[in-house]
Design a protein around this ligand. Structure first.
Ligand SMILES: Nc1nc2c(ncn2[C@@H]2O[C@H](COP(=O)(O)OP(=O)(O)OP(=O)(O)O)[C@@H](O)[C@H]2O)c(=O)[nH]1
Ligand SMILES: [Mg+2]
Ligand SMILES: [Zn+2]
Length: 371
């Protein structure tokens, strides 16, 4: 039990309201287990720490185990319903291995829209409390990208925190900070250099809280793994830039969950440039665009798009110089992206229905011929 608590079990229960006794009684009620069955004991709950193809590593109360999915999870579930790093799962002992029988309800999902015409929710990490958006203060720095990440993370109901790494390479740090302040977002921003160790102590204390799960996100090469290495004191994941190609040799390719000494849980992820803006179906407009929402309250029309309508208070604020142009421009860009997304989601719903019909027919057919 001790070990699982370290992996955030207490927090999970607090967030989902599923105490152990609740899990147990529900399980009996569902008829999944009867008292005395050790095989599907209610205590057989674990956290997924890594996923490689169809192989899972889970941490159980007796330590880590290799696991695979039970058939019904493998074949019946949608991809995003299958276990992801950070998921709490129920498992069954099977030789030296484990079979995952159920994914427990998630309290957050960090997801993105997959590329392509149709929308597919791609869950990257489950049950994260925080998303630590990392950007380099070198050429990588891009204020618009930071805001895209922030909006998407808020849309997932996860708290964003920004870390600007490589302060040793920063050309004009005060100016960068000023630019970020222009976004007028209530998000903590920290600067550091993994290379010199500058700012790391504050980050260690303020960003990675015991029992909380943080996921590191940001483009490739910003120093996500380097930061994690420094925090864990483990050198194995350090990227070494090859002199001939200039590319990192240890570019992260999987998402993995690590435990820090203070009991904070951190998920490292492969770098991604694209983090398509999602539908914002979890968070409302006000949460995603607080500054715009503030001015929009006084627009004449309630469905004002703030792009040219009569009596638009957002545009009035822009003209009066109250609303920063950066904030407004980013808002327009992000809205456009969400719109594109909505269209593809509608398209997918249509296809989903067709697919559902097909499944129904197939099932009826199977019933009829009993196979
Ligand atoms: N100058 C400088 N270089 C850094 C700093 N932090 C990391 N680096 C270097 O940046 C390169 C990339 O670091 P990684 O930690 O592999 O970056 P990553 O974000 O994990 O990259 P992916 O795994 O590809 O997503 C390495 O060569 C690091 O040594 C820093 O604060 N200053
Ligand atoms: Mg990495
Ligand atoms: Zn308006």
């Amino acid at each position: 039990m001790e070990r699982l608590s370290q992996y955030g079990r207490d927090r999970y229960e607090a967030m989902t309201g599923s105490s152990q006794s609740a899990v147990r009684s529900q399980q009996f009620a569902d008829g999944h287990a009867s008292p005395g069955t050790t095989n599907n004991h209610p205590d057989n709950i674990a956290r997924v720490t890594s996923v490689t193809g169809t192989n899972y590593t889970i941490v159980t109360r007796d330590g880590p185990l290799q696991a695979q999915l039970m058939g019904r999870l493998m074949y019946a579930a949608e991809k995003h319903e299958q276990p992801k790093v950070g998921d709490w799962v129920r498992y069954i002992d099977y030789d030296e291995m484990a079979l995952i029988s159920e994914v427990l309800p998630r309290y957050t999902e960090l997801y993105r829209k997959t590329s392509g015409k149709t929308f597919e929710k791609q869950v990257m990490v489950a049950n994260a409390d925080r998303a630590v958006i990392i950007q380099g203060l070198d050429d990588d720095f891009n204020i618009n990208r930071i805001e895209r990440y922030i909006v998407q993370v808020i849309g997932c109901r996860i708290e964003p925190v920004v870390i600007l790494n490589k302060s040793d390479l920063a050309e004009d740090l005060p100016r960068t900070i000023q630019d970020i302040q222009k976004l007028q977002r209530d998000v903590d921003v920290y600067t550091c250099s993994v290379k010199t160790g500058d700012g790391i102590d504050v980050i260690r204390e303020k960003v990675f809280l015991p029992g909380h799960t943080s996921v590191l996100i940001g483009s490739s090469g910003v120093g996500k793994s380097s930061l994690l290495n420094l925090l864990t004191g483990d050198e194995r994941r350090t990227a070494v830039v090859s002199e001939s190609t200039g590319k990192g040799k240890h570019t992260t390719t999987t998402r993995d969950l690590f435990l820090l000494e203070n009991g904070a849980i951190v998920v490292d992820t492969p770098g991604m440039r694209e983090f398509g803006i999602g539908p914002g179906d979890e968070a409302d407009f006000e949460e995603q665009f607080p500054v715009i929402a503030h001015y929009a309250e006084d627009c004449r029309f309630t469905d004002c798009s703030h792009t040219g309508e009569e009596g638009c208070n957002v545009l009035a604020a822009l003209e009066a110089g109250e609303l920063d142009e950066v904030v407004y421009d980013n808002f327009l860009k992000l809205m456009k992206e969400q719109e594109r997304f909505q269209v593809s989601k509608a398209e997918q719903n249509r296809q989903g229905k067709q697919f559902g019909k097909m499944v129904k027919e197939a099932k009826a057919f199977r019933r009829k011929y009993k196979y």
